[in-house]
Design a protein around this ligand. Structure first.
Ligand code: F6R
Length: 234
């Protein structure tokens, strides 16, 4: 793992942008993307840039179960708002939160990932060490699945909803098995509330109790941190 620490989120996001740029210049066409607060500044950098994704494919990590793509809490809505409407991609894939048959939806998403091997995957990390919605205890070899969100994740995501009860309890998530097949991975973490998870991911044992620790086994991971998120690294 290569760990890069910058003074703040903005400066770290410029590094994130540079990694996207190098990937595009070396022919990357498939980008795994995340939602949440963390990637927003990196998406801003991509939007401001002259990078062209009109011949690229994006595959998002996750989507809430039971939420329509038009709902402003859906991850599809989020991606359109912050990235795709401003920086078009040829084709963008997300799980369908309203799929009638979850088993079929899981198979469809695994097919999408198998047919489009991910060149560069962008990840955030949960305060409990999750990546995507692979919560602590999720087997490392799992592919797409429906995840039950932990109380800690529901509480963390409640800031986007009017009431904590409105936060969906389940989400489709790309599995760690698929994430680990990405050619290159950037994991971004910003803020003091990520410092414990970051320390465990980088310096702790590789354990399913800390899903992000699996990244220690990937040959090409860049961890981009601000000083607060790096504060518990030795
Ligand atoms: C989002 C995702 C999650 C987030 C994580 C951090 O698509 O897969 O793993 O990356 O929960 O969320 P933020 O960035 O909001 O702190």
């Amino acid at each position: 793992m290569k760990v890069i620490v910058k003074k703040d989120q903005q400066k770290a996001s410029v590094e994130g942008y540079k990694i996207f740029k190098e990937a595009v210049q070396s022919g990357a066409k498939v980008f795994g993307l995340a939602t949440g607060s963390t990637p927003l500044t990196t998406y801003d950098e991509l939007v401001k840039s002259d990078l062209d994704f009109s011949d690229s494919i994006s595959i998002n990590l996750d989507e809430y179960v039971g939420i329509s793509p038009d709902n402003d809490q859906s991850y599809k809505y989020f991606m359109n708002k912050y990235l795709f409407s401003k920086k078009p991609f040829k084709k963008s894939y997300l799980p369908d939160g309203l799929a009638k048959d979850p088993k079929e939806e899981i198979k469809r998403y695994d097919r999408v990932i198998a047919e489009h091997p991910i060149d560069l995957q962008l990840l955030g990390i949960g305060r409990n060490g999750h990546i995507g919605f692979n919560e602590p205890g999720t087997p490392f070899d799992l592919e797409t699945h429906v995840a039950d969100l932990t109380d800690s994740t529901i509480e963390a995501n409640a800031r986007f909803f009017e009431h904590v009860e409105d936060v969906p309890k389940q989400a489709y998530s790309m599995g760690i098995g698929s994430i680990m097949k990405s050619k290159k991975i950037i994991l971004e973490a910003f803020g003091a509330n990520k410092a414990d998870a970051v320390a465990k991911m980088v310096e702790g044992p590789v354990t399913e109790d800390v899903p992000a620790s699996v990244l220690q086994k990937h040959p090409d991971v860049v961890v981009l941190l601000d000083e607060a998120a790096a504060s518990k690294l030795s």
